[in-house]
Structure formats: structure tokens, C-alpha cells
Write a protein that binds this ligand. Structure first.
Ligand code: HEC
Length: 492
């Protein structure tokens, strides 16, 4: 199986996080059922007690008109006390609203007013309480450069930039977020908001309680973990010898490489200007390290997917390992995620697998375009680590090179099975990587000769059904190649 559909596989089933109010109502119903006979009155009283009285209602100061999605209404429904403030308000106005409040104070804004709101929140005088700043669809140019003049400690910050908005929003939000992190802000989140993602629960929780981890099955949980200051994976080790690093302008070929992994979610890249990239020329990098001997290089990524190159190809095509884009030095912060409906079609169905991460990570890039025989669509080129590279004397996939051109292409071509599966012990053992911690996770790609025959048969001859069962894009094998492959695997 390969090529997990980009968008549809990202959050299949659109599992939405429970909203605050649905959680509250579930609790009420459970309480009512339990105490129905004995203490219905007491249970009713518990439900009737407004949650806000227990939590001490947060004060949400909404700057501007709140925009079309009407954050103010949602906040009011979630129990916050909402006060509106004109974007032209000054710090004295803010101070008089906040007064000497003991409970949480948040400044919230959407659209063009967000910049003025950010100035109120960040540059307020000391002593004026603001715990959280939340903004949707703002543009913050130049604010990042002014942070030196902050007088009060920055609040926790949540910046959302709609995927279909001006990319400048996401770009300046990232700039402000990184600058705040450098000033040791207690918590900063900046996310591109996917088109249909509901942000009300995220925002309401941030206002009422501060930063709150969201479920990984929803649109925000993975973003919170992976676009943070310290995502589960880094590749600092690739930066250990900066003398090898070359800087090149982003061009069309580079965009095409990014499209391979981001597909129709290219707006996830809005936070980066995509002007230049930093890379290690592969030949020079390998010369600088102890990576074994021989003419055949095996490249294995964090999912166990493999590419097979020869020394001659490396010299001829001059691939590089991209390790930075613009000022971003951790390419695991650029990612997509997905969830499969199941792990195998032939073992007891254990239901959907956990949410998996597919980080861009360091990746192999052919600046002049990959030659046809090295073209790849499996994503084996992405998410590399310093342990990814190993030379060996024997051709690791010699078994496939002896076959007919069609079969060779099926096993080693752009979608080649041997990049993820083994055949008679030669090839890869691919798997997935969990979004929660960046660690390896099954389902594992078994050796093609290890599958029950009917499983392989279904895969080769009824691919649509198999792919639909997993929730991925089909990997179609031409009928003649499928016959030949089936016969090859069967011929022990
Ligand atoms: C990008 C990696 C990748 C490529 C390329 C790939 N597979 Fe897979 N395949 C997997 C993984 C991983 C699984 C395990 C199921 C899962 O978690 O997706 C799998 C599962 C399977 C299964 C078991 C499906 C089931 O019904 O449970 C078969 C059979 C299979 N692959 C055959 C092939 C063949 C044949 C090719 C080449 C035409 C191929 N695969 C190419 C990664 C890959």
C-alpha cells in the first residue's frame, strides 16, 4: 500500500474533538441517570450550577467586531464574560477594563483588528493582567521586531491563520511566534487553520484555562505537538558541520518536491516564505561520515522505507539532503498527518490506527530533477536521519534487476513495492510513525512472500477494494505486471 491520499487520509471520519459544552452535558446526563431514583433533585442542582461559577469566569476582551465566525458569541456560550473594545482603544482603556481582576483575562480578536489587539496585549503597562492572547486571521508585520519594548511579561499566545487567507497572515504569525519564543514567552501556538476545522473548542479552552492539549484525532492536537518549539523529532545532528551546508534559492523543482508530500494541503506551508533552502550535498556528506563501504547506498527513512542508489548515480545526479528552509532548521515542523481505518485486511480488525505523522524532515532532493530511474512517489525520500545512509558491496535489490522491465518497474519504479516490502529477504520493512511521539508503529509491510496468497491476490487484482478498506489512495499495478509478480512470488 502506498500513497496515502493526502487530504482524505489526513483526518478520515472527521473525528471532531468534543466541545466543552458536549462534555458538560454528557456529565449531566450521566449524573441524572445515576441518581434518578434517589437524589434526582441533588443531581439537577449540580447540573444547574453554572460551570463558570466553579471556574471563576474568564474575562474575554474582544477587540474589533469579532468577524464573521463570531468568536465573541462562542466565548459567551462557553461561559466567559465578554467585553468588546474598539481597535483604536489605548492601554489606559484596557487597564480600566481589567482593573484589579483576580480571574483570567484574555484578549481575543479576528481579522484586521488583530494587529491592534496584539499591540494591546503585548505592549501593555506592567500590572495590567492579561493571561492569554488569541487571534484569528491577523497580520503582524514588524511587531516581531518591536518585542524589545515589551514591559510586561507576554501572555500565552494562540495565533490561527485560515488556510484560505492571505499567506502573509501565516507568515507574520510565525515570525511573531518565533520572536516571542526567543523572549521566553510562556506558551506560543501558531497554526494554519484548515478550511473546515472548528476552532471554537480550542479557543474557548485557551481563554478559560490557558493552553490545553487537544485530541490527536482532531485538527489541532497534531499541530500543537509538531509545530511547537520542540516537536517530538529534530535533526540537529545534520547541522553539526555547517561548512558542508550550501544555500540555494527555492525553484520550481523544489516546489514540485514539496507538492509530493503536501499535495492539496500546500497551504500548510504558508508560514514559510519559501525563498531559499539549505542542503548538504550527498556525496560530500557521505565522504564526511563512516557509512560503510561498497558501491550500493541504501537510504532508509523514519518509516523504514528505502531508496537504492549507486555511487555512480550519486556522482552523476548530485542529489542533496535538504536540512533547512528559510530560517527553519527543524523540517519535522513541516508535516501532514493521517489515520488509517485499519492495520491489515486479513487479521482481526482492531479499528482505526492511531493518528500518524508524515513529517517533511530532511529529504533527498535532485536539484536538476530526478532521473526517470530514480523518480519516486512513495515518499521514501522524505523524513531522513543521519542513520539513514549505509553503503554495501552487494546490490540490495539484485533480485529485481534481473527481471523483465515491467516487473522491474513494479518492484523498483516510482511506486516500487521493494521500497517498502521485501521479496525473498531483499528490500524494506516499512511501517508508520505515531503522531503522539514520533516513534515507529505498525502495520508493518511484510515480505511479499509472507502474505497469505489470497491477500496478495486481492491486493494485485482488487486494489480498489483493498485501498478503500484502509482509507488510502489505490496503488494500481498493470494487469500483466500483477500476473507476473503474483507468479514470481508464488514460484518458491
Ligand atoms: C510506501 C510504502 C509501500 C509501497 C510502495 C507498497 N506498500 Fe504494500 N504496504 C505497505 C504497508 C506499510 C502495509 C501495511 C498496511 C498499512 O499499514 O498500510 C502494506 C500492506 C500491503 C499488503 C497487505 C494488505 C492487506 O490486505 O492487509 C499487501 C499485499 C501489499 N502491501 C502489497 C504491495 C505490493 C504488491 C506493492 C507494490 C506494487 C506494495 N505493496 C507497495 C507499504 C507499501
Amino acid at each position: 500500500m502506498s500513497r496515502l491520499g493526502t487530504m482524505d487520509a489526513i483526518f478520515p471520519g472527521a473525528v471532531r474533538p468534543m466541545t466543552q459544552s458536549s462534555i458538560r452535558w454528557r456529565a449531566c446526563f450521566a449524573a441524572l441517570a445515576a441518581f434518578a431514583a434517589l437524589a434526582a433533585f441533588a443531581a439537577l442542582a449540580a447540573c444547574a450550577t453554572p460551570r463558570v461559577a466553579r471556574d471563576q469566569a474568564a474575562l474575554a476582551i474582544v477587540v474589533g467586531d469579532g468577524g464573521p465566525s463570531s468568536i465573541a458569541d462562542a466565548l459567551a456560550r462557553s461561559g466567559a464574560t465578554v467585553v468588546r473594545l474598539d481597535p483604536s482603544a489605548e492601554h489606559a482603556d484596557l487597564a480600566s477594563i481589567v482593573g484589579s481582576r483576580a480571574g483570567r483575562v484574555a484578549i481575543v480578536s479576528e481579522g484586521p483588528a488583530a494587529r491592534a489587539a496584539a499591540k494591546l496585549a503585548l505592549f501593555r503597562p506592567p500590572g495590567v493582567r492579561v493571561d492569554a492572547f488569541v487571534a484569528v486571521g491577523g497580520t503582524y508585520d514588524a511587531l516581531a521586531d518591536d518585542l524589545g519594548s515589551m514591559r510586561a511579561a507576554p501572555p500565552a499566545v494562540l495565533l490561527l491563520s485560515p488556510a484560505d487567507g492571505d499567506p502573509l497572515q501565516a507568515r507574520t504569525a510565525r515570525g511573531l511566534a518565533r520572536a516571542l519564543e526567543e523572549k521566553n514567552a510562556p506558551h506560543v501556538e501558531a497554526h494554519v487553520a484548515p478550511k473546515d476545522a472548528d476552532a471554537t473548542a480550542l479557543i474557548a479552552a485557551f481563554v478559560a484555562h490557558g493552553p490545553t492539549p487537544q485530541p490527536l484525532e482532531g485538527p489541532w492536537g497534531v499541530k500543537q505537538r509538531w509545530s511547537s518549539k520542540r516537536p517530538p523529532l529534530d535533526h540537529d545532528a545534520f547541522w553539526s558541520d555547517e561548512r558542508l551546508v550550501v544555500t540555494r534559492p527555492v525553484d520550481g523543482a523544489f516546489h514540485v518536491a514539496l507538492t509530493q508530500i503536501f499535495g492539496d494541503a500546500m497551504s500548510e506551508l504558508n508560514p514559510w516564505p519559501l525563498q531559499e533552502y539549505k542542503a548538504l550535498p550527498l556525496a560530500a556528506y557521505l565522504r564526511s561520515r563512516d557509512v560503510g563501504r561498497g558501491d550500493h547506498l541504501v537510504v532508509t527513512n523514519i518509516r523504514g522505507e528505502q531508496l537504492y542508489l549507486t555511487r555512480a548515480e550519486i556522482e552523476r545526479d548530485e542529489p542533496v539532503i535538504v536540512i533547512g528552509i528559510d530560517d527553519e532548521r527543524n523540517l519535522h515542523r513541516l508535516f501532514t498527518s493521517y489515520r488509517l481505518k485499519r492495520a491489515t485486511s486479513w487479521k482481526p480488525d482492531e479499528g482505526p490506527m492511531p493518528t500518524m505523522i508524515r513529517p517533511l524532515g530532511p529529504f533527498l532532493f535532485f536539484p536538476r530533477g530526478a532521473p526517470p530511474e530514480l523518480a519516486d512517489t512513495t515518499l521514501a525520500t522524505f523524513s531522513l536521519t543521519p542513520a539513514s545512509f549505509r553503503f554495501q558491496a552487494e546490490d540490495p535489490v539484485a533480485i529485481a534487476r534481473r527481471l523483465s522491465p515491467e516487473l522491474r518497474a513494479t518492484l523498483l519504479g516510482a511506486d516500487g513495492c521493494l521500497k517498502c516490502h521485501a521479496l525473498r529477504g531483499a528490500g524494506a520493512h516499512a511501517h508508520h510513525v505515531r503522531a503522539i511521539d514520533g516513534k515507529a508503529h505498525g502495520g508493518f509491510a511484510l515480505g511479499l512472500d509472507e502474505y497469505p496468497r489470497d491477500v496478495l491476490r486481492r491486493f494485485l487484482f482488487d486494489q480498489e477494494t483493498v485501498a478503500a478498506g484502509f482509507g488510502v489512495t489505490p496503488l494500481r499495478v498493470p494487469a500483466s505486471a500483477a500476473e507476473a509478480l503474483y507468479a514470481l512470488v508464488d514460484a518458491k
